[in-house]
Design a protein around this ligand. Structure first.
Ligand code: AMP
Length: 183
């Protein structure tokens, strides 16, 4: 499978334990070893900022998608390859979805959750067939993955749900996946 771009969904929080920022930097460093353009929420805060700053420092292509109303709130002093300004959050999600050939989910809050559940639901509905990878660092996403199992067990969703995504435990495991995508 040829993947040329990766959309990353992740936290905008500035108050996380240091280990999460370190994990985000490591993720960006690994991605920069492959020929993959990164698409993300455009901000310079939280894990998003960490990812973007690291990728830029390593000369990786990074495209940010940001809604107008967030531009002022966030310190956008990043030298992104391109910053696309959209009118609202729905337009942002649409662009993040369209521009990525695959999706990587790092730990995050409600914003990240909204994004991942959408791409997952759309995959189940066969609106796309793009890979979805959960980076389950520190078991952060385990309760959600358990909930998916509960959904299947109780027949709120079909067995297919579990085949729609891949789970890795640490950034290093990305190497194997990125290798297979770019070879
Ligand atoms: P959260 O997980 O709640 O921190 O939200 C982060 C995710 O939602 C990112 O993947 C972004 O695409 C989007 N998002 C939500 N809030 C912001 C923000 N203030 N700045 C940039 N992106 C945001």
């Amino acid at each position: 499978m040829k993947i040329k771009s990766l959309t990353i969904y992740c936290s905008s929080s500035q108050k996380l334990n240091k280990k999460f920022y370190k994990m985000a930097r490591e993720t960006a460093e690994i991605i920069s070893n492959y020929n993959i353009k990164v698409i993300y929420g455009g901000g310079n805060i939280g894990l998003m900022g960490e990812i973007a700053r690291t990728l830029i420092s390593l000369n990786n292509e990074v495209i940010g998608i940001i809604p107008k109303f967030l531009i002022k709130k966030e310190k956008l002093n990043l030298k992104l390859t391109s910053l696309k300004i959209v009118s609202n959050m729905s337009k942002r999600k649409e662009k993040l979805f369209k521009l990525g050939d695959a999706f990587l989910i790092l730990p995050g809050g409600t914003g990240t959750l909204e994004e991942v559940v959408e791409v997952l639901s759309w995959k189940i509905l066969k609106l796309h067939n793009k890979p979805i990878i959960f980076l389950n660092f520190d078991n952060y996403w385990s309760p959600l993955i358990k909930q998916f199992e509960k959904i299947i067990e109780n027949k709120f969703g079909n067995k297919n749900l579990q085949n729609q995504f891949q789970v890795i435990k640490n950034p290093k495991e990305l190497n194997k996946i990125l290798k297979s995508w770019t070879k």
